[in-house]
Design a protein around this ligand. Structure first.
Ligand code: GRF
Length: 193
C-alpha cells in the first residue's frame, strides 16, 4: 500500500505580479498535493499578487517596506511576523527584497527562490533582459536554496530555454515564465518530500 504523505505547509513571499504564486497554488489544487499554502506575504501593498490571493482564497499579509525608517527595521518586522507562523518551506516568488543573513540562517535550507536565468549566469535584477541583450543562445530558469548571497545558493533544479532567431524580449519572457510555472512546483515537491 502506498504510504500517505504527511501534509506540509509553505508560505510564499512575492512583491509583484505573482504569476508563480498562482501557478504553485493551482498545481497543488489540481494535483491534490498534500501541501498547504498557508499565506502570501508581501512587502508591496500594490502587488498584483494580493488580488490573486483574494481570488484564490489564500490569506495574505502586507508588511509595507516603505513604511519603515530602514531596511533593518522592516526586516525585524518581517522576522517577528515569520516567527508567528509554522511552515516547512518559505518560497520566494518574485520577492524583490534581499533577505538578511539572520533570517536566512534561522531558516537554513528551508528557503527557496526562483531565478529567470541559468545561474550562475545573469544573477540579480533584469536577468531575462540581460541574457537577451548578451545574445546567448540558451538561457533558462533556476530554482535554488537561498543563502546569504544574491542568487548564489545550491541549485535544486534548472531547465533550459532556447533563444531562437525570431524571439523578442517579450516572447522570451513568455517562454521563461511558462517554464517557471512548471518547474517551481516540481522543485518544491523535491525539497518537501
Ligand atoms: C520571475 O521571473 C522570477 O523568476 C523572478 O521574479 C519573477 C516573478 O514573476 N524571481 P511573478 O511575480 O511570479 O509573475
Amino acid at each position: 500500500m502506498k504510504k500517505q504523505q504527511e501534509n506540509k505547509n509553505i508560505i510564499i513571499l512575492a512583491s509583484g505580479n505573482g504569476s508563480n504564486f498562482e501557478a504553485i497554488v493551482n498545481h497543488i489544487r489540481q494535483e491534490n498535493l498534500p501541501i498547504t499554502v498557508e499565506m502570501l506575504v508581501t512587502n508591496n501593498p500594490e502587488a498584483f499578487a494580493i488580488i490573486r490571493a483574494e481570488r484564490l482564497g489564500i490569506p495574505f499579509k502586507i508588511i509595507d517596506s516603505r513604511k519603515f525608517r530602514s531596511r533593518s527595521e522592516y526586516n525585524r518586522a518581517l522576522d517577528e511576523f515569520l516567527s508567528l507562523i509554522e511552515f516547512d518551506l518559505m518560497v520566494l516568488a518574485g520577492y524583490m527584497m534581499i533577505l538578511p543573513a539572520f533570517i536566512v540562517r534561522k531558516y537554513w535550507r528551508r528557503i527557496v527562490n526562483i531565478h529567470p536565468s541559468l545561474l550562475p549566469a545573469f544573477p540579480g535584477l533584469h536577468a531575462i533582459e540581460k541574457a537577451f541583450e548578451y545574445g546567448v543562445k540558451v538561457t533558462g530558469v533556476t530554482v535554488h536554496f537561498v543563502d546569504e548571497g544574491v542568487d548564489t545558493g545550491p541549485i535544486i533544479s534548472q531547465e533550459c530555454v532556447k533563444i531562437d532567431k525570431n524571439d523578442t524580449l517579450k516572447t522570451l519572457e513568455e517562454k521563461i515564465h511558462r517554464v517557471e510555472h512548471k518547474i517551481y512546483i516540481e522543485a518544491i515537491k523535491k525539497v518537501l518530500f
